[in-house]
Design a protein around this ligand. Sequence first.
Ligand code: HEM
Length: 531
Amino acid sequence: HTADGEKNGNAHQSYLDDRNTKAQDVVYTTSNGVPYPHPYETQRVGENGPLLLQDFHLIDLLSHFDRERIPERVVHAKGAGAHGYYKTTDSLEDLSIAGIFKEGKECPISIRFSTVGGESGSHDCARDPRGFSVKFRTEEGNWDMVANNTPVFFLRDPAKFPHFIHTQKRHPATHLTHADDSTIFWDYLSQNPESIHQVMILMGDRGIPDGYRFMHGYSGHTMKLINKAGEWVYVQFHFKSKQGTKFITQEDSAGYSPDYSTKDLYNAIEKGDYPGWDLMVQTITAKQAEELWEKQKINVFDLTHVWPQKQIPLRKVGELFLNENVKNYFAEIEQIAFNPSHLVPGIEPSADPVLQSRLFSYPDTHRHRVGVNYQQLPVNSTRVAHRAGNFQRDGSMAFYNQGSRPNYLSSIEPISFRERSVDLDKTHGHFTGDAITFLSEIRPEDFNASRVLWENVFDDGAKERFVNNVSGHMANCTDKEIIKRQIGIFREVSNDLAGRLEKATGVKGYDGISGLRFNGTHNGMAKSADL
Ligand code: HEM
């Protein structure tokens, strides 16, 4: 291993070499590399005496074992992943200067799929959104897409995220999850009606995808693409499964193995049935974004809403395939760090407040979860065309500490700089349409997409399953007031739906939400035109 200096770009490569070394080519040693005759030789005084402190071999073994676990991800702790490649099949050069979007360009990728709320050992077939994270190792640096399998999210105000997540986790006193006591789960949702579109998806057929291969991925957030001329458009990224989509019903899910999705992905790749996705985009100009707001009340910075695909069609950019299982789960999946602020020139964040908060939150958690030098780990390191260097030094586990090069911007030994690829003044032009000032305000249009799902997308069977899923899950919710409130929210979607839920739960819900006060909003239901 070249520990320092020359080979930054190849760190991943040398790691790949090392992980392929066969067990029989390795000599058993202590951690300082000294060969030891046998792993089971504990040094003891006499036949029944105490152990010796000088037995470094045993202390080395036990003390390392004692430190094996790192904190699990605070969300998305249960997951599975694999490696593969991405290729641009249809140039996106007209819209973005990102080198990876030139026709025919390829790069290695790693993907991690996950559930959201459960712990690292939780069930793969939970009714939960699924994470869909892709690390593109481009020549210009790593670009991460940290996406979900749903195009929308439960909230549009980042301050709500920790509250919301806490209600999906274990109860502070009983330590039960919402599978046993759904009270806090529905307490939050019934106070925060902007979650309704995601609730419709979660409680519907898409709530339990059949493994990770049969689902799509969505950036959810609006991002920006910048071209050579410095012009920019808003973009939503989509990963369309080449396998199509499939789901598991609530009833059937009980019969599946807890590691069903993990196994399914591994086995498919192992037998050469490589899963693939098309990378697609929807793009609009700033002007079109303003019109979307004016005419349809869709704010592109509000990820509880989608961009209608009939109006803003999908455009194919490339394809990705997973063709290599990991050799070491911990090194290659547990320690991988996906971050929405890992972007390359030509792809930028939008002003979406939830995205803006995520830009901070992920590298912050990585410094805590993996350590300050997490980027130096082989699976996180880059495969760039240039030799990378900067002035970050030291800290815990500074494996690659950049040798004797100056650790400040020196005039004696200057480092070289690339010219800025785009004019920042141009790309930071602001969205001038009506922004949402109070992110949490509920408006009539928050229910439109859910109504379309109920009235036009769900067939009779899907409706029945939906009602069973919701009422079944609410059955152990101990506070009737919560159920009344949530039925009131469902009534804004459809009277028919609310009526069926009343029948199934035996609880008479509220007539709608206009008379209700929510602790998740500033002032209940607002009129859309007034904003
Ligand atoms: C994981 C925070 C919203 C998708 C995580 C992690 C944190 C986090 C701290 C753990 C990361 C790690 O330990 O490596 C937040 C915050 C959010 C937010 C603060 C909102 C304010 C979202 C949204 C999406 C999303 C809207 C999807 C569109 C994911 C995925 C992972 C993840 C896929 C798993 C990454 C992996 O596989 O390693 N999130 N998140 N999150 N989040 Fe979020």
